[in-house]
Structures are given as structure tokens and as C-alpha cells.
Design a protein around this ligand. Sequence first.
Ligand SMILES: [Zn+2]
Ligand SMILES: [Zn+2]
Length: 447
Amino acid sequence: MHRFTSSLAATAALFATTLLPAHAELDVVSLRKSIDTSIASSYPALDALYKDLHAHPELAFQEVKTAAKLAAEMRSLGFEVTEKVGRTGLVAIYRNGDGPTIMVRTELDGLPMEEKTGLDYASRDKTSWGGREVFVAHSCGHDIHMATWVGTAKTLLGLKEQWRGTLMFIAQPAEEIVAGARAMLADGLFTRFPKPDIALALHDGPFAHGTIFYRSGVGTSAADGLEVTFHGRGGHGSAPHTTIDPVAIAARFIVDVQGVISREKDPTEFGVVTVGAIHGGTVGNIIPDSVQLSGTIRSYKPEVRARLHAGIERTAKAAAAMSGAPAPDIKILEGTKPVINDPDLVAATAEALKAAFGDKLRVSPPGTASEDFSEFAGAGVPSMMFNIGVYDQERIDAARNGGPPIPSNHSPQFAPVPKPTIETGITAMTLAVLSAFEQKNRRKGTN
Ligand SMILES: [Zn+2]
Ligand SMILES: [Zn+2]
């Protein structure tokens, strides 16, 4: 078994002469000790950074102060930082000799909602969003990801005798509106900077801290937006026969469109259609001219996605035709594709994580949420995203036994326990990066 030694020259020579066994592995036990020591000394500063980010979240493409804080952290570590990549994103590069480039992504953005955790570092910040003043909260835990990202960078620099190559740490804006990854790619992420050999990311979730979930293949769903306007003919609520009632048409569509899921889609395949917003009318006795609906469409497979799109469109047109109304305006807004975790990368990374986390490392079912981390795999970079838990085990157990339910991401009560969550994130991501360097070198060595 190959162990990382402080002698990189010796390691390189070993790779070059392919004397290594095919299954070279990291010495995770000794690395874990170094990682723990590094985290112990860096945690107080990371805790302060986390709580500051948490208290002052910013929305998609407004993350100016957030990005500036991360830029300062990374510069102080010796990274070469480029700001304003994809509007508010940043790219931090650290070169440590010849070798592969490993990318680690964090998101920057919060959500337009009011935090109700009651924490003493809870956000009370407000901003303008879509012409309205809204509260902002880090209710998806992107602040946990940022603290983990800085902590991982710090830890990897302390271990720089253990790897050779380039760290590419990127902070992506606007994940919540699945637009930031594309904005960074369009702004030359893989042309102005090295195109990474491997991309890694993590996301927190409502389960026990110390636990890690991962998955090979499809990890998240494809998400598309749906906007429908039903046109009718307005009039008096007491004389519906003189009108074409778009409220009735919309109501029929909302119910009937679920038939696309239950009757048209293969029941063994994943697919969701949700109408999350409906706007029409002003008062009870006026039939309005039109009604607008907004929804979301989720799927894993392209053929299911195409089937849902066609079924939704047909059902909307039929609902209007049934009332003799004009054809509706239907917009399906292409969102993001599923995250596909590269099977070889996942297998090798899971081996390293297993050695550190044992049975706390678990395989997850595919998630129904969506993530624009998929864009990087779509641009040809083998990728892996895994999940870390945020709550005390006792709280999870209590919920299972009929206690208060566990708030999920996007809940106003979402409140990670910072220390063990960030520590697990740093340990797991540091090992994933070291494993990624080792995987690429091994392949080179044994080709
Ligand atoms: Zn989110
Ligand atoms: Zn998120």
C-alpha cells in the first residue's frame, strides 16, 4: 500500500517507474491526525467567519460583500484571487508544482426569506429583490459551505508536502436561481483559468452531523421553470355565461396536469410537476381577463423530461380549449440538468472517506432538488458532490420518536450546529481533494 510521505521526489519516482500496486491508497489514519490538528487551530477564526456570513447574507448576484470577505481570506492564504468572474463570483488559484488541477466549489448566495431560528447570530438583513424589500437568510447553509471551503484551503496548504498540482477554489454566485455556474463558465472559468481535472462540492442537509451521504451517477434532478398565462374574457361574477372564466381553466389545469405524472409518465421513473404560484383576479365578484401560473418541473432522464414537457403543454392547451378560450401562453424555461457524479471518481473518493468515517459514510438515494453544479460536469469535468449533516443526533432521534420535526434546507428554522458540521466538511473535503490528486497521479503512473 502506498502511503503519502514527505518525500515528493520519491513519490514521483515511484509513480514514474510504476512500481506502485494498482490500488495505491492514502494513509487516511495519519492524514486525519494532521487534518484534526489543523482544524483545531483554525476553527475559532472559521467560526467567526461563519457567524459573520450567516448574519449578513446576500442574494443571487448581489454577493459583493460576501465575495470580498472570501477573497480576503484566500489572499491571506497565498491564493491568487480573481474577482467578478460571472458577475460576483471569484476564482482562487494556488499552484504547488506540476500535477493535476482540482476544483472545489462553494456557493455564495442566501435566500429571500426571513430567518426564524432565534439564534443570536441570526440574519435580520433586508434587501431589494424583484422590486420588493425582502429579508435575506442563509437557510440553505451556503455559509457552512463557505466556512468549510476556506477551512479546506487552509488545511490543504498545511499539508502541501502531501500533494503536487493546482488548487482551484471557486466561489459561485446565484446557485439558488441556478444561474451562477453558467455565468462563471460564460465568463471564461475554464478558458481564463485552468480547466480542472476533477471538480468537487458538498452540500449540507437535515441529518446528523458527522454523517456523509454520497451517490454514484444521478445525484440531483433536472429543473425547469413553467410559466402559463390563461386568457379568458372578464366580466361580472354573477353572469359567467357572458365571460370566459380563466380561474376555472387554471383550476382544471392544476388538477389535470398531475395526470401527466400519474398516467403518462412511467411510474417507475422520477418526475414532479408543481404549480407553486397562481395569480389572477382582484375581488370575488369579478371574473378576470387572465390568470398566471408558475411552477417547476423535475426529472432525472431526458426522455422523461421531454414527456413531461409535452404533456404539460397539451394539458394547458386542452384546458383552455375546453372553455372555448384562446390558446394559453406557455413558457417552459430551461433550468439545470441533473448532477451526475462520476462513477470512477466516486468509487475512489468513497474509499478514502470510508477509511475516515466508517459507517457514517452512507449511500444516498438520488435527491429531488436541483443544483447547477451539474454545469461543470456538463462542461466535461468529472465531478462529485456529497452531502454532510448539520443536526445533533439527539434531535434527529427525537423527531423520529414524534418530537418536533427537523427543519430542512429553505426552512426559516434551518439552523446547523456550526462546529461539528464545519469540521466534518473540512475533513471530508480535504480527504476528497487529496484522494483526487492521488487518483490522477495514480492513473498517470499506471498508464
Ligand atoms: Zn437552496
Ligand atoms: Zn443550497
